[in-house]
Design a protein. Structure first.
Lengths: 322, 322, 322, 322
């Protein structure tokens, strides 16, 4: 029922452009980490981690098109979530790639209460009695299409096809744009987070199952080389690479092009405007590829800037009507 | 009158802890780039770039202390600023270090009108008639103390002693904490920006001269290994390194320690909380060392968390009274 | 007939452990670049680049085993080879990942005469009359098994499953060890180079078709986490990652473990010996993942060190007898 | 008597171009680590580590010239050397920059017997009875001039002014070329290694005091932007940066230019030749800046290639006569 790759799987459903899709997703541990005793390295047999729901076949999608996924709603399916340190995984530990001879940090599980009505996620210390309520901010860590070049990629990683991007910007109200590589696009999603800090430092967010409502659309004959996100107020390009400065470079080169297309600004003028008006938050600094964002407020772009011919506004209307 | 290094210079003035200091700073081009015809590579003779005002000797400062600089006001001294692309410098070009065989991008200057009353900075395209008003958000790109280990460092770079950090978080209302390495601390500042995007992609911000009011203080016998910033609402650690993920790691390891000290959270609990509650914006991705921030809202730390024994609040009061 | 991925393909043949296999491989351009007028970006339609021959099913291979491929002979199948600069690909240019706004370097093709009898490869300048004869040193840039975790990877990249490692150490006389991830191992090879500099700076070597003789073997119940190479005189671990220091770290952490297993040296003793006795050449610094090697002379290991129970010597004997 | 910086110190002696200079250097620990009980973090008070002998003022040296240092002899001054793991320093551990929350590896000292007559260095395990004799291969880890731009840099780091390059290529028989930044050049040297592996993985080599004979020369009005090394058989460019691929890029861009100047090869032809004929060993992957080399055999350059107008051959003659 769940997939552990993007690509390499038959579609589990079909969607028509403009259609609303409701999807249930499991958490990145497949629901197997439920308390402090459930250490991920013991209860989650590799490679069966980070399950995604899908893939879905989008009618008419062809390589060279762009898939638009508008997130109308992302709602926790449970009143709890978990996070964990996992041996040799995370930003503040040596890893399988940033290899060292040091032993791993302790593996430990944190359980969070999720109060959807109050909009809160409750952190509680494991070695003390400190507690704090953080805002609930549900998002999907993993959304992607089948890769190009006959590739099949683990849901643990990300690249130009999306995947485990792990940026909090993929929340309700956002539209994600992904270039289509194969007929039908074959997109999947999962890895719900009740909330996540930028960088996802310890390697996992507040992981939980989600009920998600999407509006799916297709922009024909329009390539999107790297993932992009649009909200009511912002345009975002997502760079995916190591080292982290390459992710920054990808995102900012893509955003420079995007600004140029939307505003008519010549290349260096667009670069200049982005340099003064853009923000650059980290997505993840823990997965096999890191993510870094180039983000700019639409109100700071000269002239009317309707990305992808107004797709975001249109999908938002469908969501509101739906 | 201006210095081009941190360290290696005699003090131009002395400040007592708790005192208010008013400083005038020149822009990073020494005021020599005034219009499109003033190409930086032609008018700014190396190494006379990025002048700082200072150093100032802080009475009683000893290695192992922490210097606190509260920015009470940062006001543009001119009604214009400039930005520029500089050959083989910036994030979206090969550089002297990320070396390639490609010719440089075109060198070009942008002139901005700064309207301090309206709080606006006016971007105008150089190859078209597009224009947009951005919020004025004055800050200092370069603030630092004399380095440790007898070193003298160019104001073009940054490290644990501060320097060319180039993060927009050093604005009015913020307190910057820097570890003291030599008697008197010997701090300097310059490189005012009317505003700057995160990452400073093209290599320069909206560069302008500034009139700045500081409250200077000293926290004795308290080490601060990497630069930290405090505002009314946030705590920020600044990581300084290449590649960019190392800057992220430094900042987040430092913030994990800082949270632990302030809240009593055990190390992995602090790591966990930061992972879910922190943000991670880029500072600069263009200087010899990059900067990346770990930032957390004070309201998301359990318990009363008065950093450095309430120094920020105290300096804010002095500034308000001053 | 050719494959463009590792994984995702049915076997084209079966080999028994201990068997000799003769394989013909095409060059990385599929033989379509034959002269200065054949620009790769025009004549090589993506993703049909870097064809490999295979996969071959190894009888009895199971996940957790190690595949040993001894290269008995690698002989150019043609008397010419080609190299090329390809737009936005290579070490001394911005790329799709180390993105910049600069135009690409000129795309150009170099044709080399290969004189197998004399053991020479003839470089000739394209913009002058300089020429020089370099030693023929045939090798395979791409050798790999099907990846773990249901993945299918392009032959343009490399990872722990091998792939486009692009190190000159995979020459005749060497034994390559790869961990088996799927039943039958499903290995493939291609990308012959008449010779290659370390790092493969311009992105391509002296590319040519090859006739290759392999002895294939299996070491059951022995994991090999990263590619390893053994020659009569050397042990080599291959790290695969970005940034390049992570590739160095992987290779040296793996070699530290390997030395420990072979000599009984405690971990830090092995680390110390490697630190003084090892060499660390680059493999490639151009592909989606870079490679860096940890290499140590067997004569500098204390005691008899027969890796993989003497597999290399045994395969060498089979090759000599074959 | 010893200096801990490059720059910032008065000359301790003067040398005329063409003159032979004999220099005694202490080891990187200042001779304070003599056995297993002398842990560096306890016996070496920061910043008094890595002492260099110098600086020496070269008569007539001016910014824009190149300093040539020919190493006629490098001889251990003692019959023992030491190596050590140092907390949070080295390639296979988290460090102050590649920060993690993991505890450091154990600090430990290895003592080596140096047998100069036999040309051997004796490794002995500390947790077992294994031993092995490695070839003696004396070199200097640290050689540099005063930096540009009024900077003073710790001898622990390296940059375009040289410094702690930590490459085994600076051995007897080699000529090191460094660009002159200040009047008199003000060069220093130290950090002798009885031998060193490429990358200096554990952070220290076989550290020992040295007696060194240099021939000093000056090439007027000739800039050398990054350190270069020449031997009878090889030309080497040294790239200095993080991440390690930037060090590779610097070295290979510099070597491409150098080959072009020496042979008349057009830029892309030089890039091509280097791509097929060059080797790329690591220098160090542990210091604040990493080093990576571009190395090419002189016999593979078309035409007579006398670098710096035959300086190396000339200095070699002086050394032989001396």
């Amino acid at each position: 029922m769940y997939a552990y790759t993007l690509g390499g799987r038959a579609a589990i459903g079909t969607v028509r452009p403009g259609e609303i899709l409701r999807v249930s997703t499991q958490d990145c541990f497949g629901g197997l980490v439920r308390g402090p005793q459930d250490l991920p390295s013991q209860v989650c047999p590799l490679p069966f981690v980070n399950p995604v729901t899908g893939p879905f076949h989008v009618e008419g999608a062809r390589p060279g098109d762009t898939l638009a996924l508008h997130f109308a709603a992302i709602t926790p399916a449970r009143d709890w979530g978990v996070s964990a340190t996992v041996p040799h995984f995370g930003a503040l530990t040596s890893t399988d790639r940033t290899a060292s001879l040091q032993p791993p940090l302790e593996e430990r599980v944190w359980v969070y209460d999720i109060d959807t009505a109050a909009g809160l996620v409750h952190f509680r210390a494991t070695r003390g009695d400190q507690a704090v309520a953080l805002p609930l901010d549900p998002m999907h860590g993993t959304v992607g299409v089948a890769p190009a070049g006959f590739e099949v990629r683990s849901t643990l990683t990300c690249d130009s096809h999306g995947g485990n991007l792990d940026t909090p910007e993929i929340r309700a109200g956002a539209t994600l744009y992904l270039g289509v590589n194969v007929d039908g696009a074959l997109f999947s999603l999962g890895d719900g987070h009740a909330r996540q800090g930028e960088g996802e430092a310890c390697g996992t967010a507040v992981e939980t199952a989600m009920e998600t409502t999407l509006v799916v659309d297709l922009i024909p004959n329009t390539a999107t080389p790297w993932p992009r996100i649009e909200t009511d107020s912002y345009l975002i390009s997502v760079g995916v690479a190591r080292p982290l400065e390459d992710a920054y470079r990808i995102a900012h080169a893509d955003m420079t092009r995007w600004i140029g297309e939307l505003t008519g600004l010549e290349q260096l003028d667009a670069y200049q405007l982005l340099s003064q008006a853009g923000t650059a938050p980290a997505g993840n600094v823990v997965d096999p590829n890191y993510t870094m964002l180039a983000k700019i407020a639409k109100r700071w772009l000269p002239g009317p800037a309707a990305a992808y011919a107004g797709t975001h506004a249109r999908l938002r209307s469908i969501a509101a009507a739906g």
